[in-house]
Ligand binder design. Structure first.
Ligand code: ZN
Length: 138
């Protein structure tokens, strides 16, 4: 059975989100990481079975800048953990699923990631993640 790895939440300030989850729920955010290639700051909060990934743009042309401008932030994407991103993309292409990434790319905390177009019937941006230490780790 597939698992949801994490939920991505766009915020104007990861530091403010960190303070909020600590004050409200006593949850610690992991060390905030800057992902230069995606022009985002990332802070992760681990729950027993899922991670909340808070994303703050670091540049006006970051992939999440427009989302924050239009909606003020909020639920941005759902990430499904798969054993093999490349193979899953191939199978989705054959099924005619609309993709943002035709090929996997390297992700911050993951071996490979890829995004599907949000113009699917679920109307949600979906990320595929291949967790490190997966079956084809070399
Ligand atoms: Zn993500």
């Amino acid at each position: 059975m597939l698992k949801i790895d994490h939920i991505g939440i766009a915020v104007p300030s990861v530091e403010e989100a960190k303070k909020f989850v600590k004050d409200a729920f006593g949850l610690e955010m992991e060390e905030i990481e800057i992902v230069a290639s995606q022009k985002v700051k990332v802070g992760r909060v681990r729950f027993e079975n899922i991670i909340l990934e808070f994303l703050e743009p670091t540049a006006p042309n970051s992939p999440i800048s427009g989302f924050i401008e239009k909606r003020g932030g909020g639920l941005h994407h759902i990430a499904i953990s798969v054993e093999n991103v490349k193979g899953t993309l191939k199978s989705l292409k054959e099924k005619g699923v609309s993709l943002i990434d035709g090929e996997p790319r390297g992700g911050a905390a993951y071996k490979w990631i890829a995004f599907l177009s949000p113009k699917n019937p679920a109307k949600t941006l979906i990320e595929l993640v291949e967790t490190k230490g997966g079956i084809d780790e070399n």
